[in-house]
Each structure stands twice: as C-alpha cells, then as structure tokens.
Design a protein around this ligand. Structure first.
Ligand SMILES: Cc1cc2nc3c(=O)[nH]c(=O)nc-3n(C[C@H](O)[C@H](O)[C@H](O)COP(=O)(O)OP(=O)(O)OC[C@H]3O[C@@H](n4cnc5c(N)ncnc54)[C@H](O)[C@@H]3O)c2cc1C
Length: 391
C-alpha cells in the first residue's frame, strides 16, 4: 500500500530544515546582488541549530523510507529562500559515482563533493553531440574539451566529466571520468552569471591535454564497450537520472509551495483572508486562483513521491521520474507566476523576496533534462518507440 504519512521524528527534521531556511533568508538578497561572491561554508547562525545528521540518527525503519524522505527534505528546503547556513558535502557527480563507480572508486571519492559536467557549448539535451574527447596514452587518459554550466563547479573538489573515446560510436563512445581540482590542464574559465539560483555557484571549464590516471574512468576498464554492445558506464550514469530527476522536480515543487505560502501570508497581511471551504459559486477570483495553485502543487508533489517510493521499493521508475520532472518543471513556473499576478507591484519590488521564487524555480524545468525532453521520454515509453524512432 502506498503510504506517504510522515512520522513524528521526520516532522521534527522537516520543521528544523524550514527554520534553518528561514534563518538564512536575511543573507539572500546580499548574495543575489553579489553573485560574484562565494557563500561562506558556515554562517554564525548555523550554531543555533543541531546538525541535521544528528537528528537523522534518531530515524528508524518505521520512519518515511529513504528516497521518499529525501524528496520531502528537498521540497521543504526549496520552499524557503535562505542561503545554506552550513554547506554539506555532495553534488550531482556523487550520484553518478554511486550509480556507476566501482567499490574502490566509491571508497576513494565518496566523501568528497563532486560536480557533474556533461553540457558543452554545442551539446545540451542531445548528449551524443558531446565533442570533448578522452584518449588513452599508456596508463593515463588525456582529456580535451570545453564544458559549461557546471553546478557547484567552483566549490567542488572534483568533477565527473563526460567525454567520448570514439566519436564514431555515438552514445556508446561516451564515458565518464573523475577529474580532481588542481590537475594540470583542468581550468576554471569563469563563474556563470544567471537569472536565478544566483547563490549557487555554476562554472565553465576547459580541459587542455589534461592527464588523469587510467583508474579514474568511472566504472573501471570493463565499462569500455565491446563492439556492438552499449556502454555500461553510460547506462550506469543514465540511471542516476532516475533519482536526480525527482530530486530536481522536488526542488521545483518546493519553489511552488514557497510562493503559494508567501502569497497567502501577504494577502492576509492586506486583509484578504482565504476561505478554503467556500463553495465554488461563492469564491472570489483570488480564492479560486489560490485553490488551483494548491491543487497543481500537490499533484506535482505526489508524482515526485511516487517516483521516489518506487525507488525505495527497488522497482523501475524511469517513466515516473520523467513524469515528476515534467510536472515539477511546470509548477515551478506557473505557481510563482500566479502568485506574482495576485500580489501585483509588491511582487517585483526589490524589498520582497517573492520574485526570487520565480527566478530560482525556472531552472527546475531546464537542468537534468528539460520539460520537453521528459515528455519525449514519456511518449517513447507509452508508444514503445526507441530514441532513434522518436527524437
Ligand atoms: C543554472 C544551470 C545549471 C546547470 N547545471 C548543470 C550541471 O551541473 N551539469 C551539466 O552537465 N549541465 C548543467 N546544466 C545544463 C543543462 O542541463 C542544459 O542547459 C539542459 O540540458 C538543456 O540544454 P541546452 O541548454 O543546450 O538546450 P538545448 O538542448 O539546446 O534545447 C533548447 C530548447 O529546445 C528544446 N529541445 C531540445 N531538443 C528537443 C527535442 N528533441 N524535442 C523537443 N524539444 C527539444 C529544449 O527543451 C529547450 O527548450 C545547467 C544549466 C543551467 C542553466
């Protein structure tokens, strides 16, 4: 039976996460306006809160299952706009390491923050267009190429880089490599300037004759495909999307939830109370809009929880992950937009943070595969087409 009830200890953790997110909001506008600065690893206010890890230790098997709870945490955190008071380790590259790395590689790099670098100036949604190359030279791989939009690309300790070992092989030629910061030939070109998530660091890289040990190929040498076979490493890394897509969707749902809450509170301050029980013919237009915003947000949240719940059960969730990403990518745009419509001029003022929900939420419909790409994946699965047949 599907059960999304939340235990007492989990509610305690979620409440603390919300309090921390709220406490960080006093720094948000500063770091929004000073995008070139990197947020400190720890703010003084962090000491006012017990570490989330210490609270996590109180959890037992009776509490919300792991992946599902992870989604609730992300939604809760994203619903507030505070900068992170204490930076924790981990990045998108860690998910790839978990899915495709050997035991030895997991032991070696698991405790570090690893970014994930797929996108290039000429390769976004279409990853088989990747031009970065890796060639084997004795016991070293030599990486060359340009990469853009690497999340946590400045503060990470290393990065999982996609490059092709054989352009003619298309997708099967693409492998992922772990490259540590400080390796000669690995250059940070710039910190990207962005519309939203301006408090998150996003980098552009270049690799010039960058030499890394042979054992830095994710998944090890056996991940190099035999003729006619797909790439195990590529497939392994693709599997990470089945968890990272719901996670990105959860971030989008959180932004929608936060904008809705902000809107309800701001209207209340102006004397506009919402009667959630009013019958349809007695509702004001504002009430109707808020009810629709809530229904859309909840529906999107349920798709995220379903994808995570399947992962917790060890069941395939490829399509559900894409459905959640598509729905999360919708509400992160449409709900803050409707909140701004209701709030009028207040919503564009620099004095209020509500507009940040719209700008920060926007990315949830772009990275980890755009909404259009998710709908392609869903359609292929429903219709039984391969990516070559429906692209
Ligand atoms: C802030 C930020 C952080 C990011 N972080 C990372 C990161 O950590 N690592 C990383 O590797 N990348 C990252 N990215 C890159 C992101 O994953 C890409 O931007 C995304 O995959 C889309 O690629 P693109 O921008 O090249 O758009 P394109 O692929 O050029 O697409 C442009 C438009 O066309 C649509 N489109 C493309 N193909 C199709 C199709 N077949 N059918 C229908 N519509 C289609 C797309 O949906 C989109 O609307 C980040 C991007 C941003 C903005």
């Amino acid at each position: 039976m599907v059960d999304f009830s939340i235990s007492e200890v989990d509610n305690e953790i979620l409440a603390q996460l919300r309090a921390e997110g709220k406490a960080g909001e006093k720094y948000t506008r500063y770091y929004e306006d000073h995008e070139e600065e990197i947020i400190p690893k720890k703010f003084d206010e962090a000491d006012d809160f017990p570490s989330i890890m210490s609270l996590m230790k109180k959890r037992s098997f009776d509490d919300t299952p792991g992946a599902t709870f992870q989604m609730l945490l992300i939604m809760q955190r994203a619903a507030t706009l505070g900068v992170t008071l204490q930076t924790r380790t981990g990045g998108l590259g860690n998910a790839a390491l978990g899915a495709a790395g050997t035991d030895e590689q997991k032991k070696k790099w698991g405790g570090m923050t690893l970014a994930m670098s797929i996108t290039e100036p000429g390769a976004g949604s279409d990853t088989k267009a990747i031009q970065s190359t890796a060639r084997l030279d004795g016991d070293e791989w030599v990486i060359n190429g340009d990469k853009i939009f690497v999340t946590t690309g400045i503060r990470c300790e290393g990065v999982v880089v996609w490059a092709t070992v054989d352009k003619a092989a298309g997708r099967a030629g693409i492998k992922s490599f772990v490259v540590m910061k400080g390796t000669p030939g690995f250059n940070i070109v710039r910190k990207e300037k962005k519309l939203g998530i301006r408090t998150s660091d996003t980098a552009a890289y270049s690799f010039e004759e960058c030499r890394i040990p042979r054992e830095n190929l994710l998944g090890g040498d056996e991940s190099v495909p035999k003729p006619g076979q797909g790439s195990a490493s590529y497939k392994g890394v693709l599997k990470t999307f089945n968890m990272t897509r719901p996670a990105v969707a959860a971030g989008g749902v959180g932004k929608a939830k936060g904008a809705l809450e902000w809107c309800v509170d701001a209207l209340k301050d102006e004397g506009v109370e919402v009667d959630w029980e009013a019958s349809a013919h007695n509702r004001t237009s504002a009430q109707q809009t808020l009810i629709e915003m809530e229904a859309d947000t909840d529906a999107a949240a349920l798709t995220v929880l379903r994808a995570a719940w399947l992962a917790d059960k060890g069941q395939p969730n490829n399509v559900e992950a894409s459905v959640s990403k598509s729905k999360g990518g919708d509400v992160c745009r449409t709900v803050p937009q409707r909140a701004m419509n209701l709030l009028g001029a207040m919503s564009v003022s620099h004095d209020h943070l509500v507009e940040v929900y719209l700008r920060d939420g926007r990315i949830s419909d772009i990275y980890e595969g755009t909404g259009q790409i998710q709908r392609l994946i869903i359609a292929r699965n429903i219709l039984g087409f391969s990516s070559a047949e429906l692209s």
